[in-house]
Design a protein around this ligand. Sequence first.
Ligand code: FE
Length: 194
Amino acid sequence: MTSSINPDRLSPALRTEALEQLLTERGLVDPAVMDKFISTYENDVGPLNGAKVVAKAWTDPEYRARLLAEGTGAIKELGFAGPQGEHIVVLENTAALHNVVTCTLCSCYPWPVLGLPPSWYKDPVYRARIVREPRTVLAEMGLELVADVEVKVWDSSSEVRYLVLPLRPAGTEGASEEELTALVTRDMMVGVAR
Ligand code: FE
């Protein structure tokens, strides 16, 4: 096949489309299966799964201990497992420690609990700056941390994905697990909100 198009000048979306077309033409992928897969992770699997995990950890101390000791297995107890979630490590925020997650290499993300990553997570600028100047980046995203809170940045990889266990909000002592689930956001579980 010859082509006068320089692939370096195509946008990632066009390159992806061209690649999908090529794979389809050669019978290597079934576009219907691919559409179903993308739709599942866009619509059915999302941060709500992670929010359920967090709410359970907030209300059940034994579950919380299992979750922090062995994230993947404890998450699977709630029925959440699958691609990009083979090894999930749960990071506990405390009054003195704030965890934030990135993938400096690409955009590794724990799909079974958070769905597909938001565009800012995949942005090379976020990925580079969150490592060099996490406090500044977090402040720009609306999270001002006082100086005595330590910030730890975790770099995901194809082997390990991270889920942040946020602090339970004050004043929620009487809240049910369902009510707590509604308070948990995706950004809290990536560590860019608290
Ligand atoms: Fe990655």
